[in-house]
Design a protein around this ligand. Sequence first.
Ligand code: SF4
Length: 233
Amino acid sequence: MVAIKGLEKFAPKDFPGFIASTVFLAGCNYRCPFCHNPDLVLRPDSLADVPMDLFLAYLDARRGWLEGICVTGGEPLLSEELEGFLSVLKAKDLLVKLDTNGSRPDRLRAVLGAGLADRVALDVKAPPERYREAAGSKTADPEAVAESAAILKASGLPYLLRTTAVPGLIDVPDIEAIGRWMLGTPVFQIQQFSPTNCLSEEYRAFRPYSRETVQRLAAAAEPYFGEVRIEGI
Ligand code: SF4
């Protein structure tokens, strides 16, 4: 079974519209410099597991009240045991929202094909030409992310793409390039950057964009997407 490294009991922002909790799974194949969960990514063994029996008891105690679980990371699709875990959640009549970096379209296809996710949020870190810089990985493959987006588009499930507005990494031309790349996606979300606890020490010194600048980025995205949302300002 997967190792749960964190549980946020009340997580309305992670699963909008539902009474939901979030579980954090360990490990990631990216090293985004702006990542705000560096321990999950770099030092997962330094974090204590949430015992599975306690987590299941937590779910049972909230049966009929809790509506969904957001499964995030790290990168949940790296775990070969994910399907077993999601099956347990579905057997408890819970909705599942999956957060993914889109690097494993094969695993995404398998999870969706098994009917184990009801919503998906897919990170789009940057336009293709800046993907490796944004993901902090020389092997990050933007084509895999595009394939994940295509799988979601064909799935019929509600989903959104999301990009963090990182100063120095994402500006209007980058948003426009993402828009052209992911043209026709129903929902795109721009997230405010937070320097707190960033994976890269350099990025901890960055000042987030002003509200006006984030709104300008959102306006730049509007021609390309059905709906543009802003998170975090
Ligand atoms: S922000 Fe990047 S490094 Fe952090 S968990 Fe997400 S994909 Fe992995």
